[in-house]
Each structure stands twice: as structure tokens, then as C-alpha cells.
Design a protein around this ligand. Structure first.
Ligand code: CMC
Length: 469
């Protein structure tokens, strides 16, 4: 009986159709909001039946009434049964109070504030503070945060030797990930998370040094001298100066570019348990230091299915333009299951509706290009693709909408940022989110992340000597 049980697992991919009986009254979203926090369930437990035996597991409800089955006790209770869910499509890895995302309704909030309001009214540094510490800062708190960041922004000169060793055509995401990891060698690698002071110092250090690394990664590929900005500037203005200042002329901040960059960084600042954030949390769960965890997150972000999509989108739009602007041809390729081509910047694991960030960025792209007097034909190609996709049954049925990466590259390009730097800009925006999630994970004393597996390889077999193979 026990052996039989050990070979069993339930497949959470088909959670709703499986023998799970959740004795929960399913309420519509309208009803849910009416009864906010007063949901009455028929039961707060889920029952799982395996080989005729029933097991009960508690249901957990979040502040926005999402429900999870708490399977912490599953393996012990059943004598070895686990859940399996490739890509974690149904699996919550943690409880988190940082970001709320409702993909069906296209809602995104940081610490309870809507992304629309934050993008409109807040600065990136305010949002960083909010994400990391939980509340919007007062003017004094913000001033102190910025002063502390600036005081820690000097990067050891020896880091420049590491940059020197990279070939000129190295991808800046590779440079950024390596340099962030290298910072560990120049700074204590672990933080005593029980010390507020050590935690705070680690946070302001990386908030100060990371933009320098971002700027240096760009200046390396552009063959420009590695400089520092100015302590007298705001956080985002200083990033711009460090990135764009030419060695032979004074740099003047363009307020249109500054405001667009602030907005873009805010929109990218956190997105709950996405691939790179989960990476940061899982690496950090081994008690690797903050910088090492961030470096791993940067590598995860680099992939074209995640943050690397912004570079891929621009390259795709350029290719369509070069190919005569025939959007229908590329729509057909995206739908052809024998063609690996995907419409980059479309679709999302969680959003089954408009990505609220994409709406804001599309509007900003129009404004920025207009204000800067730029007429970029790829903006028209992008809008054409969007229009076709929104009316195409393939995209409609699969609920594929433009995501955050679809229009962002067009703005970055208008700002004069090279295409290989787009994902680096995403990383700069995501930094406070990664820090906030790492901090929450460490303060929450979460156990080391270590999934299980269902082994499908050979059973025990005898070793064959080399002549008998
Ligand atoms: N073009 C064409 N078909 C698509 C696309 C696309 N961009 N995205 C999904 N599909 C199809 C997919 O082929 C599948 O079809 P079927 O049901 O017939 O097999 C269906 O839609 C579901 O897709 P999936 O790959 O199972 O969904 P997923 O949740 O595993 O993947 C995704 C989500 C974002 C990786 C995917 O939509 C994608 O590859 N998009 C393009 C890359 C992109 O823009 N990534 C940025 C994501 S947002 C920013 C970020 O997270 O960093």
C-alpha cells in the first residue's frame, strides 16, 4: 500500500478538473467586492482523495480574496505524495504584502496604490521606498534615503579593471550581472538580517552603486569614459547624466526624457513573483547575500520570454520594417505552430487582459515622440500589429494582449538608449522590487527554496564494465 502511494502524485496542471473538492462557495468577482473581507465559505478546507482515503488541507485567503490550498502537510500526511506544476502556473511560492496583481481584470498595485496613480504622481525613488519599506516616505524620509544612497554610490575603482576585460561587443546584461556579482567581493557578502542597520546599509549601497554599473555597462559598449554623475541631482536625473554625458560637453537634463524615464522605471519596479523575482527570492533563501541574489535575478531577467522581450520587440519591429512593413505576414508566422516565431511583447503568464503598464507606456510613447519631434515608423508598425492582434481570433481566444515590453523600447530608442541596453533599463527599474522581495523573504524567515520532483529515469541497474556496453 505504501509503495503504491509513493508512486502517486496529483497533477496540479488540471487542478480544477481533478479529484480535488474545494468546499468553497465560488462567488463572482462583483459579489466578492461587495462582501469584501466578509466572504462566507461553506468550508475553509479542501479535501483530497487518494486511493479512497480523504485528506483535508486548509485554505488560505489573501486580502484581495485569492484562495490557495495550503499543502505544506501533504507529503507527510499522505506518505510521500507531492504536487507537480511545471512553470508553477498554479503554485504560489510565498505570501507577500508587496504587489497585488489581478491578471483577469488588469489590475496592478504596489502596497495598495494603483500603478496608474503612482506613474502619474510619484517619483521613482518614492516608489522604491514604498516597495521596500511598505509606506510612501515623508519628505524627510525621502531626503534621508536619497542622501544615504548618494553617500554609498562610489564604486571601487578596481571594478573598472573588470569592465576593461570585457570585449566591446559584450552584452550589457552580462556585464551588469557580472559586476553586480563582483560587488560582493568589494562589500561584505552577507547581511545580518536581524540588524535593521545592516539591512538598511545593504539597501542604500546597492541603490547607490547599481545605477553607476548600469551607466558603465552602457558607456563600455559605447566606448565612452566611465564617469560619475553629480550629488546635486535627483536620482533619475543623475542616472541620465551618468549614461548620456559626453566627455566634451555639459549635459543638460531634458525634462521630457526625465519624466518618461521616471515613469518607465516606476512601471517596471515590481511585478510580484515573476521569473527574476522568484530567482532573487530562491537564491536569497539559501542565505546568499543581497548582491549575489540580485546578480542571479539579472540573469533570469535577460531571457527573451522575460525582460529580454523589450530588446526582442524592437528587433522584431525593425525586421518587419526592413521586410516592407507587412504586419500580416508576421501575424501569420506568430500563429503558425510550425514556426518558432512569436509576437514579442504579446501575451503574459498572469494578464489575460490588457497589461495596465502597456496602456500607460503606449500613451507615453505617443507623448514622448511627439514632444521630442520624432516620427518613428516602427511606432506605427507596433500600433498596426496591436490592432490586428486585438481582432484576430487566435490572439482573442488565447487572451494575448500587448505587455509592458511592447511599447517601452520605442521610448528608450527615442531617448537615445541603444537596443542592447533596454533590458538593463528594465533591471534598473526592477531593482527596488527585487530588494523589497528579498527583504520580505529574509525577514519572514522563509525556508530554503527546494522543490521536489517526480523521477522518471531508470530503476536500479547493475553497472556494466566498459567492454560490455
Ligand atoms: N505569440 C504567439 N503565440 C503566443 C504568444 C505570442 N507572443 N504568447 C503565447 N502564445 C500562445 C502559445 O503558443 C500558446 O498557444 P497554444 O495554447 O495553442 O499552445 C498560448 O498562447 C499560451 O501560451 P503559453 O506559452 O503557454 O503561455 P505562458 O504563460 O507559458 O507564456 C509568455 C507567457 C509571456 C512567456 C508568452 O506569452 C510569450 O512568449 N510572449 C512573448 C514574449 C514576451 O513578450 N515576454 C514578455 C512578458 S511581460 C514582461 C516580463 O515578464 O518580463
Amino acid at each position: 500500500m505504501l509503495k503504491n502511494k509513493l508512486n502517486l502524485y496529483f497533477d496540479a496542471k488540471n487542478l480544477s478538473g481533478f479529484t480535488f473538492k474545494i468546499f468553497q462557495k465560488l462567488v463572482s468577482s462583483q459579489f466578492t467586492s461587495l462582501l469584501k473581507n466578509k466572504i462566507e465559505r461553506m468550508s475553509d478546507k479542501a479535501t483530497l482523495k487518494i486511493d479512497g482515503q480523504e485528506y483535508e488541507f486548509p485554505l488560505i485567503t489573501g486580502t484581495e480574496n485569492e484562495t490557495a490550498i495550503d499543502v505544506k502537510a501533504l507529503r507527510a500526511a499522505t506518505g510521500g505524495v507531492i504536487t507537480i506544476d511545471p512553470g508553477y502556473k498554479n503554485t504560489g511560492s510565498c505570501k507577500s504584502a508587496i504587489t497585488f496583481l489581478n491578471g483577469e481584470e488588469g489590475i496592478l498595485r504596489y502596497r495598495g496604490y494603483s500603478i496608474e496613480e503612482l506613474a502619474d504622481k510619484a517619483s521613482f525613488l518614492e516608489v522604491a521606498y514604498l516597495l521596500i519599506f511598505g509606506e510612501l516616505p515623508t519628505a524627510e524620509q525621502l531626503e534621508k534615503f536619497h542622501t544615504d544612497i548618494k553617500s554609498k554610490s562610489i564604486v571601487d575603482e578596481d571594478v573598472k579593471k573588470i569592465i576593461d576585460a570585457f570585449p566591446k561587443n559584450a552584452h550589457p546584461m552580462g556585464i551588469l550581472s557580472s559586476l553586480t556579482s563582483a560587488l560582493v567581493a568589494f562589500n561584505p557578502s552577507s547581511v545580518n538580517v536581524d540588524s535593521d542597520e545592516e539591512m538598511y546599509n545593504a539597501i542604500v549601497k546597492i541603490m547607490g552603486k547599481f545605477p553607476v554599473l548600469v551607466a558603465w555597462a552602457m558607456r563600455k559598449i559605447e566606448g565612452m569614459p566611465l564617469n560619475y554623475g553629480s550629488k546635486s541631482l535627483g536620482y533619475v536625473e543623475n542616472v541620465m547624466k551618468m549614461m548620456f554625458e559626453k566627455p566634451n560637453e555639459d549635459y543638460e537634463i531634458n525634462p521630457i526624457v526625465k519624466s518618461a524615464l521616471d515613469k518607465l522605471l516606476i512601471l517596471h519596479a515590481d511585478h510580484e513573483q515573476n521569473c527574476s523575482t522568484s530567482t532573487v527570492r530562491i537564491v536569497g533563501s539559501s542565505h546568499a547575500g543581497l548582491f549575489a541574489s540580485l546578480s542571479a535575478g539579472i540573469s533570469a531577467l535577460w531571457g527573451p520570454l522575460h525582460g529580454g522581450a523589450n530588446q526582442a520587440v524592437l528587433e522584431m519591429l525593425e525586421a518587419i520594417k526592413e521586410d516592407g512593413g507587412d504586419t500580416k505576414k508576421y501575424m501569420a508566422k506568430a500563429k503558425d505552430k510550425n514556426d518558432p516565431f512569436r509576437l514579442m511583447g504579446f501575451g503574459h503568464r498572469v494578464y489575460k487582459n490588457f497589461d495596465p503598464r502597456a496602456r500607460i507606456i503606449k500613451k507615453a510613447a505617443d507623448e514622448v515622440l511627439n514632444d521630442l519631434g520624432i516620427d518613428d515608423p516602427i511606432l506605427d508598425i507596433a500600433k498596426g500589429l496591436e490592432q490586428e492582434a486585438l481582432n484576430d481570433p487566435y490572439f482573442v481566444e488565447r487572451k494575448l494582449y500587448p505587455n509592458v515590453d511592447f511599447y517601452s523600447g520605442i521610448i528608450y530608442r527615442a531617448m537615445g538608449i541603444p537596443v542592447e541596453m533596454f533590458t538593463v533599463m528594465f533591471a534598473l527599474g526592477r531593482l527596488p522590487g527585487w530588494i523589497a522581495q528579498w527583504r520580505e523573504m529574509r525577514l519572514g524567515k522563509e525556508p530554503i527554496g527546494r522543490p521536489r520532483q517526480i523521477y522518471t529515469g531508470e530503476n536500479l541497474r547493475a553497472f556494466k564494465t566498459i567492454n560490455n556496453r
